[in-house]
Structure formats: structure tokens, C-alpha cells
Design a protein around this ligand. Structure first.
Ligand code: PAF
Length: 288
């Protein structure tokens, strides 16, 4: 697997991959790869002839008090994992290549970007939409894959790609979970052993609420009980625990066929997010 850091070399390598008419799939990441990312690469290989992955810890999607400097960086291990999964190419630009002096363009997906995580992280989704649009232009893939754990991000990227006329397919890949149901995330590495044990309450609360709402329980009561469960299990605060439409992300007090539960909660200084469809069960999460 080739690691490329400059745009002209990337364009030449992509042209070479496409020469035989092969389909190119793209897996954008910020590194610190885990089984969730590797599942994206495996799915990419299943759906395409060549897989291009990127690692870029994108500064514009971190707020001033967020963890940009502390974000785990381990490119050599990540590159070995990607090579082991059969990726053809790693695009690993530095910040000056992505945002050269004078860079002034920002993409905003209005509406979708101000709710849920957007409310607690102003500007975050502008940073995501902008960097993903740039990555799409750089890599020019036929298909790009994203994890459904970041459901709101996926909805925003789909909207941005449609609105900006990107001629590529976007695939969402189901969340990969630990044995106790916790969604895999690079941020899980920040949890102490005690916090990691307590974090299992997140999928447990989602699972219990999902099954209760599907069985007809009152939505506000159920969400209130789930919040209590999180707070009494070691979570310090809850940014949101909402029932929303899976496509528009509009808030909903009643269950409907496309309804999903979305949660963001903080344990210590670590903010964890997750989401599931109503009626979906999380293996290993039990009933809470
Ligand atoms: O999900 C991520 O890792 C990032 O938000 C992404 C899509 C790679 C953009 O920086």
C-alpha cells in the first residue's frame, strides 16, 4: 500500500487505479483505527475493486475547547492495519496541504447542522462538510463509506453531496460494537477502566428505550427513565437523548416507522454518542 501526502501524486495514483475501469471506494478517517474503521474497509473491498483510505485529523471540525491536540495519532500502526485489509492507497496530507495559506471556503449544511451534536459543537459540521467535500474532489471515488454511529454526520454528508452534485454513491455501514454493546469509537481510548465499565450503560439505556418505545411505552417517560439510568450509572451529563426522524432528524414525541433514538452523553471529559432505530436490539446490551 502506497502512502501519499501531495495532491499531484494522489491524482496520478488515482488515475492509475482507474485506468482499467476499476471502481474506487473511499474510506475517510481521522486515524486511530479500530474494528469499526476496518469494517468500512472490508465493506469497501466487497463493493469496489480498489480501496483508498485517508487519515487526516481535521482541525476545522474541532472547537476551541475540544481535543484536537490530544486526538490519538498513530499513522504507522494505522497504515499497517489498512495494508492488512488490502487498501490500495493511503492519502495522508498535512494541514498545510489541506488548508493552504489563504484558504477561505466553508460548506454549511444549514438546518441539519444546528441540532443534536451541532447544538453542542457549533461549527463542527461545517468543518466536516468542508473537509469531506475537499476529500471527495481530491480522491474522486465512485463510492464513499461512513459509519452509521455518526448518523447525523452521514445525513449531512449525503445532503452536501446531493447539493454539490458529487457523482458518487454514499454508503452507511452499521455500527460496530464491543461485546457489551458500546459503539466502537476512537474516543473510547480516553476512558479509564472504571469509566469504560460505566460506559456500557449507554447502549443499555438505548436498548431498553428502543424496545419500550417499540412496545408502545410513552416516549417522554421512557426517555426520562433512560436519562436517569445514565446519570445513576456514572454519566455526568447528557447533551441529548431524543427520538427523531431518521431522515430529517426532526424531533418527535411519538413513534413512527423511521424513528431513531439519538444520544450524546459525557462521562468524565469524554463525550460519547450513539443511535439506533426504534425496535432495534443491541446485542450484549441487555435490558437495563
Ligand atoms: O468521521 C470521521 O472520522 C470524520 O468526521 C471524517 C468523516 C473523516 C471527516 O474528517
Amino acid at each position: 500500500m502506497q502512502t501519499i501526502r501531495q495532491l499531484p501524486a494522489l491524482r496520478a495514483a488515482i488515475a492509475a487505479l482507474k485506468q482499467d475501469g476499476g471502481r474506487v471506494a473511499f474510506v475517510p478517517t481521522m486515524g486511530a483505527l479500530h474494528e469499526g474503521h476496518l469494517t468500512l474497509v472490508r465493506e469497501a473491498r466487497r463493493q469496489a475493486d480498489h480501496v483508498v483510505a485517508s487519515i487526516f485529523v481535521n482541525p476545522t471540525q474541532f472547537g476551541p475547547n475540544e481535543d484536537l491536540d490530544a486526538y490519538p495519532r498513530r499513522e504507522a500502526e494505522d497504515a499497517a492495519l489498512l495494508a492488512g485489509e488490502g487498501a490500495a492507497l493511503l492519502w495522508a496530507p498535512d494541514a498545510a496541504t489541506m488548508y493552504p495559506q489563504g484558504h477561505a471556503t466553508k460548506i454549511s449544511v444549514s438546518g441539519l447542522d444546528s441540532m443534536l451534536c451541532g447544538a453542542a459543537r457549533p461549527g463542527h459540521f461545517d468543518g466536516v462538510a468542508t473537509v469531506v467535500a475537499k476529500l471527495f474532489n481530491q480522491v474522486n471515488p465512485d463510492l464513499a463509506l461512513f459509519g452509521e454511529k455518526d448518523w447525523q454526520q452521514l445525513a449531512i454528508i449525503r445532503r452536501m453531496a446531493t447539493d454539490c452534485d458529487f457523482a458518487l454513491e454514499i454508503a452507511g455501514v452499521p455500527t460496530v460494537r464491543e461485546a457489551d454493546g458500546l459503539a466502537m469509537s476512537s474516543r473510547n481510548a480516553y476512558l479509564s477502566p472504571d469509566q469504560r465499565r460505566a460506559a456500557a450503560a449507554l447502549p443499555r439505556a438505548l436498548n431498553a428505550a428502543s424496545l419500550a418505545i417499540a412496545a408502545g411505552a410513552d416516549v417522554p417517560d421512557t426517555l426520562g427513565r433512560a436519562k436517569q439510568m445514565l446519570l445513576s450509572s456514572g454519566f455526568g451529563s447528557i447533551d441529548y437523548l431524543d427520538l427523531r426522524d431518521g431522515s430529517t432528524l426532526a424531533d418527535s414525541a411519538i413513534c413512527h416507522p423511521d424513528a431513531r433514538l439519538f444520544v450524546a452523553a459525557r462521562i468524565g471529559t469524554t463525550r460519547l454518542i450513539d443511535n439506533i432505530a426504534v425496535g432495534q436490539e443491541i446485542p450484549g446490551a441487555g435490558q437495563g
